[in-house]
Design a binder for this molecule. Structure first.
Ligand SMILES: Nc1nc2c(c(=O)[nH]1)N[C@H]1C(S)=C(S)[C@@H](COP(=O)(O)OP(=O)(O)OC[C@H]3O[C@@H](n4cnc5c(=O)[nH]c(N)nc54)[C@H](O)[C@@H]3O)O[C@H]1N2
Ligand SMILES: Nc1nc2c(c(=O)[nH]1)N[C@H]1C(S)=C(S)[C@@H](COP(=O)(O)OP(=O)(O)OC[C@H]3O[C@@H](n4cnc5c(=O)[nH]c(N)nc54)[C@H](O)[C@@H]3O)O[C@H]1N2
Ligand SMILES: [Mo]
Length: 693
């Protein structure tokens, strides 16, 4: 069995290392094949499906009767297919009747989504096909390490690199930052958490040097004056003092972007953001600052230029369009919009008044578990919260405080191991469905391998539970039928899928939403948004006036070092699946801390020593990797490991007020050499393992 790279323009037939081995991911040695129920002895033991489902339905009903419908909460995942994301949102609202559903996409692209909605009137990660970027002469890439997190995308940077126009903003010399070497571009290495200041400085230079596209700003945008006023206070020398990026480098970046812009007859320019700038308490403001810069240069809505947010979960885009977000209904409709409720209620066959209102966003939801007035039961589909949630030890305590934790997963993840009931389900390659790429392209996922007997589709699980709960509505288990319902529910919404079906997608594999149903000729889909106008009421993009407030947990005397977090090529997310693949574990066996030689020296740390990072939330222990690819005031850790090596023991669960995104990327710690034996074999090669050519 193998997994072949499909020939989409996005990945040019290539797959990254985790992709090549995803066949082994599907064959985890401890793959869940039977439901598990925690017995009187406190241990998880096998049960039949009927026993497990009866138990879950009975306990949900009891908890609901005693504490109200919102006492049963749901946590979904951006890895679920569109059909499952849709059905899970519906299950929560009309089978459980709970407002409390949110999902791990809140941790992923929520700030980019919120900012795009505010400014452009719609959230599609890339409002253009990724391949368009290939023609640009300049790309400003903020907080994205796509050489490791989306290797096939590197090919699309070759035009910008050849023109010397790739600008990477990252506190580390990441694998992606090395792509700017040898005259291929610039690397800006700011103090962690200061990207907003850098962007205000770039806007300042664009305005001060007359590099803005004034005709575009006048005709296609609103709100420029307020944004301009705030940027006026961030002259390059002031930015240099706060962010540590040389003023000359800021000026050079602004000029390079302007020269590539359409108003100056350039070949095109893109501003792109990744999690490095978005996972912050000012993530939404930072993305809006990036969009403001792009608007000043006249990029969005122009062929060959634009703004976009890169990478995310397998179905990060589709996962946030069909209603598993606490404030949304299918079609990217808002749950408190009466017209949206009426439309969706008609598709579901219920009274609009029975659809609950807005629930709590992820961090708030997790913090409320088991507390007075908070949920007593949680149903998890596709998230490994004990590893991936911010301040994970606190989240673990809240999960332990529940009366009932039900986890649906394919492997016994760290979160499943502590559940009361574990239900073994199918994953994408084992069932039919669709996913939506970050460019809004709806992709058919066909069943490629047979699921182990014993595991069941989540569509079946929800039907079984809905029936036992006496829920209204229909509960199809056929993905094509669920898609048809999803399409009807999305009709007229921001993400309109109503002109699509499995059959049409099988025949036409390159369709982007919005793709509404039509009377005559089928709608061709919309690969490029905004060419004729933005999706705001007046058709203009909005400058959003933003200013810097700094990180929530900034460095200080008792925590003098910035900790930034991220990923490595070999592991995926919480590692639940990739830590079970031998090749990947051999290549990347353990968590590590990247630290600069100066910092290592100050603490007497040698390569391979164990070091601890500590703050008020806790301590994490990992192997030291000494490298000058990081700022001396900063350490880096990937988040793929559990237990003592779990960096989320110390990350901050403070959230962005607009998006609800936690501040994963930056917090303050003290560094110490651990009084434990060294692990030289685990020191491994430097982080930069494979840089695509
Ligand atoms: N191999 C692999 N690929 C993946 C994933 C995976 O787990 N493994 N996960 C997928 C998912 S769900 C996502 S969301 C994407 C994420 O893809 P990326 O956004 O590329 O991922 P990260 O590695 O989390 O962060 C990117 C960079 O942000 C930098 N950074 C940290 N703090 C700051 C800061 O304050 N400012 C700036 N400018 N940069 C900062 C880090 O040094 C890091 O190099 O990847 C997807 N692809
Ligand atoms: N410190 C730090 N923490 C982070 C981040 C960071 O950059 N730094 N990034 C954040 C981001 S961007 C993300 S996206 C999250 C991701 O973190 P998680 O939400 O934990 O993501 P996964 O590890 O993919 O967990 C998904 C779980 O779902 C299971 N699974 C796979 N397919 C299916 C399915 O079809 N159905 C069901 N029910 N289960 C399935 C997998 O086995 C796995 O146990 O982590 C966040 N946490
Ligand atoms: Mo993500």
């Amino acid at each position: 069995m193998g997994v072949a790279g499909r020939d989409f323009p996005t990945n040019r037939g290539g797959l990254c290392q985790k992709g090549w081995t995803s066949a082994s991911v599907l064959r985890a040695p401890d793959r869940l094949v039977t439901p598990l129920v925690r017995g009187a002895d406190g241990e998880l033991g096998p049960a039949t499906w009927v026993e497990a489902l009866d138990l879950v339905a009975r306990r949900f009903s009891e908890i609901r009767a005693r504490h109200g419908a919102d006492a049963v909460a749901v946590f979904g995942g951006g890895g679920l297919t569109n059909e499952k994301a849709y059905q899970l949102g519906k299950f929560a609202r009309i089978a459980l009747g709970t407002a409390n559903i949110d999902y791990n996409g809140r941790f992923c692209m929520s700030s980019a989504a919120a900012a795009a909605n505010r400014s452009l009137g719609v959230d599609r990660g890339l409002p253009f096909p990724l391949a368009d970027i290939g023609g640009a002469a300049a790309v400003l890439l903020l907080g994205s390490n796509l050489a490791e997190t989306m290797p096939p995308a590197v090919a699309h940077l070759s035009g910008a690199r050849a023109a010397g126009g790739l600008v990477v903003v990252d506190p580390r010399v990441s694998a992606t930052a090395t792509l700017t070497e040898n005259g291929q571009g610039l690397h800006l290495q700011p103090v962690p958490g200061t990207d907003l200041v850098v962007l205000l400085g770039l806007l300042h230079v664009v305005l001060a040097e007359g590099l803005a596209d004034r005709a575009y700003v006048d005709e296609r945008t609103s709100g420029a004056d307020d944004a301009r006023r705030l940027a006026a206070a961030w002259w390059p020398e002031r930015v240099e003092q706060v962010a540590g990026v040389p003023a000359a480098l800021l000026r050079e970046t602004a000029r390079l972007l302007a020269a590539a812009s359409p108003s100056r007859g350039g070949a095109g320019a893109y501003v792109l953001t990744g999690r490095g700038v978005e996972q912050s308490v000012q993530g939404t403001a930072t993305v809006n600052a990036a969009i403001n810069l792009a608007l000043a240069l006249g990029l969005p809505g122009r062929l060959g230029s634009g703004y976009g947010a890169v990478t995310g979960q397998g179905n990060g885009q589709g996962g946030r369009e069909h209603g598993q977000k606490s404030d949304q209904l299918p079609g990217y409709r808002m749950i408190d919009d009466p017209a949206a409720r009426e439309h969706v209620a008609a598709v579901w066959g219920v009274d609009p008044a029975t659809i609950p209102g807005r629930g709590r966003p992820a961090v708030e939801l997790l913090d409320s578990l088991g507390r007075a007035g908070g949920p007593r039961a949680l149903l998890v589909h596709g998230a490994n919260l004990r590893v991936s949630a911010p301040h994970s030890t606190h989240v673990a305590d809240r999960l332990d405080a529940l009366d009932l934790l039900v986890v649906c997963d394919v492997v016994p993840s760290e979160t499943a191991q502590r559940a009361d009931v574990v239900l073994p389900v199918l994953q994408w390659a084992e069932e039919e469905g669709t996913m939506t790429s970050l460019e809004g392209r709806v992709l058919r996922r066909r069943k490629a391998v047979e699921a182990p007997s014993g595991a069941r589709s989540e569509l079946w699980v929800w039907r079984e539970l809905a029936t036992r709960l006496g829920a209204p509505g229909t509960w199809d288990t056929d993905a094509a039928a669920v898609f048809d319902e999803l399409a009807r529910a999305s009709a007229g919404g921001r993400a309109d899928y109503s002109g699509l079906s499995h059959a049409r997608l099988d025949a036409e594999p390159d369709l982007h939403w919005p793709c509404p149903a039509t009377e005559g000729e089928p709608h061709p889909g919309t690969p490029r948004l905004f060419l004729d106008g933005f999706h705001t009421a007046d058709g203009r993009a909005r400058f959003v006036a933003v200013d810097d407030r700094g990180p929530a947990d900034d460095v200080r005397a008792d925590a003098p070092i910035h900790l930034v977090t991220g990923r490595v090529l070999q592991h995926y997310q919480s590692g639940a699946q990739t830590r079970r693949v031998e090749d990947l574990v051999t290549a990347s066996p353990a968590a590590f801390v990247e630290l600069h030689p100066v910092l290592a020296d100050r603490h007497g740390v040698e390569p391979g020593d164990l070091v601890t990072l500590t703050n008020a939330r806790g301590t994490v222990t990992a192997v030291a990797r000494i490298t000058d690819a990081i700022r001396p005031d900063t350490v880096f850790m990937p988040f793929h490991w559990p237990g003592e090596q779990n960096v989320n023991r110390v990350t901050n669960d403070a959230t962005d007020p607009v998006s609800g995104m936690p501040e994963f990327k930056v917090c303050a710690v003290t560094v110490a050499r651990a009084d434990l034996p060294a692990h030289p074999e685990a020191a491994g090669p430097l982080l930069i393992t494979e840089v695509p050519a």
